[in-house]
Write a protein that binds this ligand. Structure first.
Ligand SMILES: [Zn+2]
Length: 74
């Protein structure tokens, strides 16, 4: 019995961050069109995608700074 590995099937709970190469546990669900403004590598699949705490903070900061910055370099 390996019931401990079934959490990935639970929709909505602890989905991984959508930023490629991250894979951390998602903390916030953001519209992907908004995510892609900051992280262009994110696939445009579905309407919303989870961001982990770190990427959510980076995204929030980037969207807030977007008026000042013409281009974001990551
Ligand atoms: Zn992340």
């Amino acid at each position: 019995m390996n019931g401990d590995d079934a959490r990935a099937d639970d929709a909505g709970e602890a989905a991984p961050c959508v930023v490629p190469g991250c894979g951390a546990e998602g903390a916030r669900s953001i519209a992907r069109t908004e995510i892609r403004k900051v992280f262009p590598d994110v696939e445009e699949q579905g309407r919303r995608g989870p961001l982990c705490r770190e990427h959510y903070r980076a995204w929030k900061k980037a969207t807030r700074d977007a008026r000042k910055l013409d281009r974001l370099t990551w």
